[in-house]
Structures are given as structure tokens and as C-alpha cells.
Ligand binder design. Structure first.
Ligand code: BGC
Length: 754
């Protein structure tokens, strides 16, 4: 149906709706539904978390899941894992799985992907997010959304915006300069809206420049609706709305929350009263309903269209095979001295596997991203099931994780309680009783003793969802449960031990990384994770992921702490008068987030952005960069204004330079390589990072085969955000184009003149 036809139908429906019915549609009428208007056959909007598949079913008004047997699903790789593939096609295919499963479960909106920038390595939700780099996010989020939305279900990109920490997530006010906002924090969302066509978007909990995000005029009106032309549905995060009038006036469309008093939500009865008193306008409500109905038409939720709507499906063998494919490319081989991996399973008589993470199932944890997986293959299960009966696999737990206390209430019900003591939870994780210490010592001693007697040892360590969890940041990035000590002692008696680091967020490996021969990174990569790990360990799959984020040595090394104010400071008296916040945090690190900071300020990291090895080797040759049409056509007169050209919509995507090279697989086995292209301007008139990712390509090559690769760079790749001109601009002059295997492993620097 054409947009104008949809709009005129919507106008007709709006005339029929009463004020009460309209208000019903714009707030939660259940924990995961908005209100329906049966009289006019307008259905409720049925939503579900989240980024790693479709969450289990909740009753209308209870955070205790129904315990049904029909809501097990395909557990998909996390967004971090998807980002580590650097593979746009796989992002799309992961999206198709999530979309089909969501539709198959009868959902209209799937509450993902989460694309907040990984600004601090300790953010408890980093595992749900993609990267520290806006370009990588933008490239992957678009196909992911398209894949999801193919099933007549809406993706919901979240959390808009600057929700970069869990500490005081509801009450931190972010102050940020416009350049950092535009260059780092908004591009992923802008791509989701303009290129991905995302049908819904979730506002964040925090405040920006004194106003809560879900009521924020600058963010939702000026930028999202007016500048980007977004006409999709804006949903609040659960309990992120604070004021009826402000929310009514803002472009927010649906208020959702965590409590069961649906009629008392800010956009429920209080809004009806406000309209009656003349304090809120019914026309503002009409606009919200308009957006919701538009989404309903686009998703074929109403009218005759509903008959054509795709049905979706869940738990199919195809979905399991697809998520396995994504997981395969997400593992990152950080180190592999002496080609310790892959191991040969031929004639392998015995193998020792150590580590709680080898045996732990992770799907049903982490907060709202939890998944009730149809199954989850643990590392131990993957290894054992592939080796079969001729190899004796011995397992030692190695470190002790206290079991979680079972609670009848769900954490989510209390998650937005203003008196929630996040610090107490974080501190409690560190309290170690004598009993726990004793258990740890015993488990470690047993594991180390065994490691000394085995030739082949796989040590699976890392984090779990006690730490990679919504609502809480870690206060440092050292491994919990005294794992450093375990790793060091195991390496001492068996230096050939293969270390599998399973985590969704950076951890410090500095104490032992130089002593280890092999470190393989595994994300929460879905239900097939253990099978894929075994495939990689035994060489059936060649790892091809690269880090979508830097791995700093210490938490304090990152720009947000070294330059910034993370996690925030108390409000000044003036600020207290102006805003409803607990703390303020000025993002003094500005554009210096992730590698942009480490590189500019010469801070060494354990493993750099874009790093990842393979079992084969790749040689790059004939690397050249030439300027393209755009630079030739735009003669000097366009640059009169201080040597800068303003990049308006009509020229942003025009090609400005083309990089080409040959890549050869010089090893003995099939492999995939990611070619990374960064752009820098050493003589820039403005402060700039040394270089920034602006292009990449992933190629598959048989042993001995070569491929000619080209990476096109639009003029945006050469730009920075000019605050005075309120626009991205490109300076004229010379630029360096770095072509490499990672941020630090640059094969050639070419120069072009724009
Ligand atoms: C989270 C959202 C999630 C929502 C619904 C909130 O706590 O921040 O990401 O979608 O709950 O579960």
C-alpha cells in the first residue's frame, strides 16, 4: 500500500477513535503489549525482547515467566558476536532468523538490536551491543534490521541514545559536545533509520543535556523526526517516562514500564485528565496514534492486509544451521604461537578440559536479553560429542562460582526502583567467604594437578551472566573467581594449555597473556557455541573473526575514565534545580572513544581493535588508492569556504576514493580474511584521531588462491563534524589511507588528495 493511501486510511480511523481509545493505544496494557481497540479491530502491539532471539512468554502482569513448554527458541549469537564476524551477509542472515522466530511466536516488535557504543569496557550490557566503532555498527546494523523486518515484524533499535553505562542508568545526565554526539554516538542510529528503515526505536533511560531521553526534544524531535525524517514508532524503555506533559509533547509514541498499574502510567489516565484540563493536547496524541497505525499498516497487522502477513516459524533446523554459521565466524583467535591450534583429533587418546565455563549454560541470563534456548551446547558437550568414545575426556571445574539464590520475584520488577543499591550488588559479588575460598583452592589444586599429567589441556575461562548483566557495570576488568591464579598455575605446569576466553566484554589478561601460547575468544554465540568451539579446536572451521572493540589492559586505561568523568559526579546546586537526575557525567573524552583514544594517547592495549588471527596466512599486495569521480568533479571553487566542503544529503554517499589490493591465502588451508581500511589526516586543521575505520571487506580464499579486493570510500569517509557549520564537512588536501589486517597491523599507507 502506498504511503498516501495508508495516511488517508489512518486519518479515517483517527476520526473514529475516542480519546480513551487513543490513549489505550499509546501505553502498555500488559508488560509487553500496548492496548488494543477491539471495536475498530485495532490489535495490540505485541513486543518481545530481545537481541539474541525471542524471550520467553510473560503473563500480562507478572515478571514471573509462565513456564510454558512452547516458548523455547533458537538462541542466536549476541550482537558482539555478530559484530566480530565483520560479515554483512551474516548479519542479515542472523536478522532473518530473529525476524522469523519473532513472527513465528506472534510478535510484532522484537526489542533489538542494541547498538549503544561500547564506551567503557566494564558496561554490564556490552555483550548486547556491537562495537566501540560507529562505522562498524552502521555497516552491520542495516542488514541485521533488513533481515528481521523481512518477516513483517519490526526491529526496535535501542537505546536511543548515550545509554553507555548501567551505573545509574536511569538517573545519569549526559553532557556531550555536539561533535562527539554526531561522530560517535549517533551514526549507528542514523544508519538504522535512514538505511535500515527500522520500524521502531526505543528511547533510553538516561538524560541528555538535562532532559530524559524519552521526553527529549533535541533528540527525538529535532534530530530523529525532523532531521532524519523518521516516521516509525518510538517506544520508551521500560519505565523511562517521568512526566505526563513532557512525554505527551515529545515525539514518543508508546510508554512501556515494569509495573502492573497500567492505567496509571504517565500516558494513561493521567494523560486523559491532562487533556480534559487543557494541559495536554489531543492533537499530540493523534500524532502518536498515527505513527503506531502506520507501523501496523507496514507490518500488515490490520485490515485486509493481515491475510498477506508472513507467518514466521521458530525452532527450525534451518535456523539452527544459520546461527551455527554466524557463530563460526565470530570466534577471534587472539594468539596462536607455534600453531598450537588446531589440535588433531586423530589418535587423540585423552584430553583434559578445565573451567566452569566449559560446563556452564549461559542463555537464560544477562537480563532482558535472556533466552529460553531449545538447547545450548556447552564447550564440554561440543568437544565430547565430536571426539566420541575413543578419546577419554577428563573434566575439572577449576574455579568455583557460587550458585545464585533463587528468587520468586523477578529482578526486572525492581530494576527501576529509585532506591536500588547497585553498588551493594557489585560489592556483594566481591565478598568471598572462607567456605568459598576453600572450594576455590580445592578446585584449583585438582585442576592444576591434572594439567601436569596431560599433554593436551583446554582451559575454558572468562565471564558469565553474573558479570555480563543488565543493570550493573563491573568495577574493574580483572577476571572474577580468582581465575588469573588458576590460569597462571595451569600454564606453569602445562605451558601448551589452550585458553578459551568466553565472555561478552573485555577482560584483563595481562598477568598471563605473554606466557600463554594460544588464546581463543568465544562470545555468547548462541545455542551451537560448543559445537563451533570444537570445530575450531579440531580444525574443521578456521577462525575468521576480528575484535569489534579494543582490549585494554585495565579498566582505567579507557578514555571515558582517563579523560572523562565515568561514572559521573554529583549534581551542582544549579543542575539540581534544572533536572531530575542523580549524577551528571560530562563525556570529556569527546570523540576519543575506544581505539581513537588508545591510539591518539599512546596507551598500549592487550589486543587492538580489528585484531584476529587465522590458521592460515594472508599476503596483501599491489595496494593502491586513487581518488574517484567526486574529488575530480568537485573543483576548487567548492572548497572556498575555508577549504571545506559541506556534505549535505545529496553528496554524502558519493564515491571519493577507491582502494584496491590483492589478497592471497599463502597457507595450507581454506580461510577468510577481513581487510580493514582506515582514513587519517595528519595535517588536519582540527583535532582528529590518528585514523578511523571507514571501510572493510571479508574474503574467502582456498589455500593458494588470490582475490582482487576493492573498497570504495564515499566522501563521508574523509569528513569530521563541524560544530559551527552544523554539518559534516570534508577538508581539502592530503589524506592517509591505511590498509591493514588490524588497527596496528597496517600493510600499507597510501596518500590521496581530496
Ligand atoms: C531494558 C530494555 C528491554 C526492556 C524490556 C529494559 O530493562 O533496558 O532493553 O527491552 O527492559 O524487557
Amino acid at each position: 500500500m502506498k504511503l498516501e493511501d495508508m495516511n488517508s486510511k489512518i486519518d479515517e480511523i483517527l476520526k473514529e477513535l475516542t480519546l480513551e481509545e487513543k490513549v489505550k493505544m499509546i501505553h502498555g496494557d500488559a508488560l509487553f503489549y500496548s492496548g488494543a481497540v477491539e471495536r475498530l479491530s485495532i490489535p495490540a502491539v505485541n513486543m518481545s525482547d530481545g537481541p539474541m532471539g525471542v524471550r520467553q512468554e510473560f503473563p500480562k502482569a507478572s515478571w514471573i515467566p509462565g513456564g510454558n513448554s512452547d516458548d523455547f527458541v533458537t538462541y542466536c549469537p549476541s550482537n558482539s558476536a555478530i559484530a566480530a564476524t565483520w560479515n554483512k551477509d551474516l548479519a542479515y542472515r542472523a536478522g532473518v532468523v530473529i525476524g522469523q522466530e519473532a513472527r513465528g511466536r506472534g510478535k510484532d516488535i522484537i526489542l533489538g538490536p542494541g547498538i549503544n557504543i561500547k564506551r567503557i569496557p566494564a558496561n554490564g550490557r556490552n555483550f548486547e551491543y556491537m562495537s566501540e566503532d560507529p562505522y562498524l555498527i552502521s555497516q552491520l546494523v542495516v542488514p541485521l534490521i533488513k533481515g528481521i523486518q523481512e518477516s513483517d515484524v519490526a526491529a526496535c533499535v535501542k537505546h536511543f541514545a548515550l545509554n553507555n553505562q548501567e551505573t545509574e542508568r536511569l538517573w545519569v545526565n549526559v553532557e556531550i559536545d555536539e561533535r562527539a554526539l554526531r561522530e560517535i554516538y549517533l551514526p549507528g542510529f542514523e544508519a538504522a533509520v535512514k538505511k535500515g528503515g527500522v520500524e521502531s526505536l526505543m528511547g533510553a533511560y538516561n538524560l541528555i543535556r538535562g532532559q530524559h531521553c524519552c521526553e527529549n526534544k533535541m533528540l527525538l524531535k529535532n534530530i530523529l523526526r525532523d532531521e532524519w525524517g523518521y516516521d516509525g514508532t518510538i517506544i520508551s524503555d521500560w519505565d523511562a517516562v517521568h512526566d505526563t506533559k513532557a512525554a505527551a509533547e515529545s515525539p514518543l509514541d508508546i510508554e512501556m514500564s515494569v509495573t502492573y498499574d497500567f492505567d496509571d502510567y504517565k500516558l494513561a489516565n493521567p494523560l486523559i485528565e491532562a487533556v480534559k484540563k487543557g494541559e495536554a493536547k489531543e492533537s499530540d496524541i493523534d500524532e502518536k496514534v498515527h505513527h503506531i497505525l502506520l507501523m501496523m499498516f507496514r507490518l500488515k497487522m490490520i485490515g485486509a492486509l493481515a491475510e498477506e502477513r508472513k507467518a514466521g516459524c521458530y525452532n527450525t533446523p534451518e535456523h539452527r544451521s544459520e546461527v551455527r554459521g554466524v557463530a563460526e565466524e565470530s570466534f577471534v583467535l587472539l594468539k596462536n604461537d607455534d600453531n598450537r591450534l588446531p589440535l588433531s583429533d586423530k589418535g587423540l587418546k585423552e584430553l583434559l578440559v578445565i573451567g566452569d565455563n566449559a560446563e556452564r549454560l549461559h542463555a537464560l541470563g544477562g537480563g532482558s536479553a535472556e533466552i529460553k534456548a531449545l538447547y545450548e551446547i556447552s564447550p564440554l558437550m561440543g568437544i565430547k560429542s565430536q571426539l566420541g568414545g575413543n578419546t577419554k575426556v577428563t573434566y575439572k571445574r577449576g574455579y568455583y562460582v557460587s550458585p545464585k539464590e533463587e528468587s520468586q520475584e523477578s529482578w526486572q520488577e525492581k530494576s527501576t526502583d529509585e532506591n536500588l543499591d547497585q553498588g551493594a550488588v557489585v560489592n556483594a559479588r566481591k565478598q568471598v567467604s572462607d567456605e568459598v575460598r576453600k572450594k576455590r583452592d580445592e578446585l584449583r589444586a585438582e585442576a592444576v594437578e591434572a594439567a601436569a599429567h596431560f599433554k593436551d589441556v583446554i582451559l575454558v575461562v572468562g565471564l558469565n551472566h553474573d558479570y555480563d548483566v543488565e543493570g550493573f557495570d563491573r568495577d574493574d576488568i580483572t577476571l572474577p573467581y580468582e581465575q588469573d591464579r588458576l590460569i597462571e598455575e595451569v600454564l606453569e605446569v602445562n605451558p601448551d594449555t589452550v585458553i578459551v576466553m568466553m565472555a561478552g566484554n573485555a577482560v584483563s589478561m595481562g598477568k598471563w597473556k605473554d606466557k600463554a601460547k594460544t588464546i581463543l575468544w568465544q562470545w555468547y554465540c548462541g545455542m551451537e557455541g560448543g559445537n563451533v568451539l570444537a570445530d575450531i579446536i579440531f580444525g574443521r572451521v578456521n577462525p575468521s573473526g576480528k575484535l569489534p572493540e579494543s582490549m585494554p589492559y585495565r579498566m582505567e586505561d579507557c578514555g571515558a575514565i582517563a579523560l572523562g568523568e565515568y561514572p559521573g559526579r554529583p549534581l551542582t546546586d544549579e543542575e539540581k534545580k534544572l533536572m531530575n537526575a542523580h549524577i551528571t557525567e560530562e563525556y570529556k573524552d569527546g570523540i576519543y572513544v575506544g581505539y581513537r583514544y588508545y591510539e591518539k594517547y599512546n596507551v598500549p592495549v592487550q589486543y587492538c581493535f580489528g585484531h584476529g588471527l587465522s590458521y592460515t596466512t594472508f599476503e596483501y599486495s599491489d595496494i593502491t588508492a586513487v581518488i574517484d569521480e567526486f574529488s575530480v568533479k568537485n573543483s576548487k571553487d567548492k572548497y572556498q569556504d575555508g577549504g571545506e566542503i559541506i556534505l549535505d544529503e545529496s553528496i554524502k554517499d558519493k564515491m571519493a576514493a577507491k582502494v584496491s589490493l590483492n589478497v592471497k591465502n599463502t597457507g595450507k588451508r581454506f580461510g577468510k580474511e577481513i581487510i580493514e581500511v582506515y582514513v587519517g589526516k595528519s595535517d588536519s586543521r582540527v583535532d582528529r584521531p590518528v585514523k578511523e575505520l571507514k571501510g572493510f571487506e571479508k574474503v574467502s580464499l582456498e589455500a593458494g588462491a588470490s582475490s582482487h579486493v576493492t573498497v570504495e570510500l564515499p566522501i563521508m569517509a574523509f569528513s569530521y563534524y563541524n560544530e559551527a557549520k552544523k554539518n559534516f564537512v570534508a577538508e581539502n588536501g592530503k589524506y592517509q589511507i591505511y590498509v591493514g589486517k588490524s588497527l596496528e597491523d597496517i600493510q600499507k599507507v597510501c596518500e590521496v588528495e581530496i
